[in-house]
Write a protein that binds this ligand. Structure first.
Ligand SMILES: *Cc1c(COP(=O)(O)O)cnc(C)c1O
Length: 395
């Protein structure tokens, strides 16, 4: 098992908080704070010289190489920068360009709104059809008309996890490409993008990777595919020779062509620090430890707060590292939890979401969370008008 006390000491968590929301915004690694402070110092001292002198210009590629082993990808197939929504757009456009004769994008109703909005708008502009099917109907929706299968591996609400290898293989059988969103996977579940046959993958770094609010996203493209991609957003920093200032675009070799513009150096520095906490950890072990915590939470809720119904798959192999519990008063319940120091979040219409992040959450935290959950549910503390829907947004 992991040495939880060693990894927990790498985080600066506020006192008195039981933080089960690391799937939405990871807490602050101490190394993120020191790396961000160092970058501020480089800016102060080196001024514009920092772009080369401090390595700022290479951060998108250096960070891609640091994330690659966490997602089972080769180091030179990942680039970092932009927001996840932009990465979804870039990857989907690239995949569609590689299947110009096909007419459909297939996704599922468990996907995140941003991904679906972007796919719908691209489909509308190109005269394509976006098919949004139920998660268990994805396989049968694929056919000779499918250009791209675009899925989020772990459902942001229920944590239901798709079988990436099987669905990618099915997409390939019909001649389509597979694009995976790893927003709730990276840093949570063991991934083998190369082995699973993902053509493109994207994900964010502020959730399980603890890069900080607004930390930039990543994009992976399978080797062999990227050389055929003409980026739909051909920015100067994705050019083969950015400082040639040529009027004509020529893509940089490899995945670096998916860079667009000036990288957010301070955010990237924080992320670079945050990624050091994963050194020497096995994702298989992180995931197994998370599932042990999840079972402890599931059993405790079933015994002490049965009105909260598990809305995640019971089989740990079929879910990511958070749990969803359904209750009609989920929003007020989450407010009552937060007022007692248990931080999770609410997802409409009826989901209480709690994340298991073993780098900084251990069995004692789960037991404390269970005490709060049992107390709130038994006392019906959530009926207090202070926790009503009119009180404004929850986390
Ligand atoms: C969190 C999340 C996003 C958020 O995208 P941003 O551009 O970073 O705001 C997009 N897609 C999925 C699947 C997510 O879980």
């Amino acid at each position: 098992m992991m040495d939880f006390s060693a990894t927990r000491a790498l985080f600066d968590l506020p006192d008195g908080i039981c933080y089960l929301d690391g799937n939405s915004l990871g807490p602050q690694p101490r190394a993120a704070a020191s790396a961000a402070a160092r970058a501020l110092g480089e800016w102060q001292g080196q001024l514009i010289g920092g772009w080369n002198g401090a390595g700022w210009m290479d951060l998108p590629v250096a960070l891609g190489a640091a994330i690659a082993p966490l997602i089972g990808a080769a180091p030179d197939t990942v680039v970092v920068g932009e927001t996840l929504s932009i990465r979804v757009h870039q990857a989907l456009m690239a995949a569609l360009d590689l299947r110009p004769e096909r007419t459909e994008i297939v996704t599922d109703s468990g996907n995140f709104p941003s991904d679906i909005y972007i796919a719908a708008e691209i489909a509308r502009r190109r005269g394509l059809t976006l098919r949004v099917v139920a998660p268990d109907a994805v396989e049968t929706a694929l056919g000779p008309q499918t250009a791209v299968l675009m899925l989020t591996e772990v459902d942001y609400r229920t944590a239901r996890r798709h079988d990436m290898a099987r669905l990618s293989a099915r997409a390939h059988e019909v001649g389509a490409l597979a694009l995976w969103d790893l927003a709730h996977s990276a840093g949570a579940v063991p991934l083998d993008l190369a082995g699973a046959g993902a053509d493109f993958a994207v994900g964010c770094t502020y959730k399980y990777l603890n890069g900080g609010p607004g930390s930039p996203a990543f994009l992976h493209a399978a080797p062999g595919l990227i050389e055929a991609v003409t980026p739909a957003l051909p920015g100067w920093l994705g050019h083969a020779a950015p400082f040639g200032f040529d009027m004509d675009y020529a893509p940089a070799p490899g995945v670096a062509r998916m860079r667009i513009g000036t990288p957010p150096v301070l955010q990237m520095a924080a992320l670079q620090g945050a990624l050091t906490v994963w050194k020497g950890l096995s994702m298989t072990e992180v995931f197994a430890t998370a599932q042990g915590l999840a079972q402890r939470l599931i059993d405790g809720v079933a015994a002490r707060a049965p009105a909260l119904r598990l809305a995640s798959p019971e089989d740990p192999a079929r879910r990511g590292s958070h749990l969803a519990f359904a209750h009609p008063e989920a929003q007020a319940i989450m407010r009552a939890f937060i007022a007692r120091g248990l931080v999770g979040d609410f997802r409409a219409p009826d989901i209480v979401r709690l994340a298991l992040t073993p780098l900084y959450i251990g069995p004692a935290d789960i037991d404390r969370a269970l005490d709060i959950i049992a107390e709130v549910m038994t006392s019906r503390a959530w009926e207090d008008p202070a926790f009503a829907a009119s009180a404004g947004p929850v986390t």
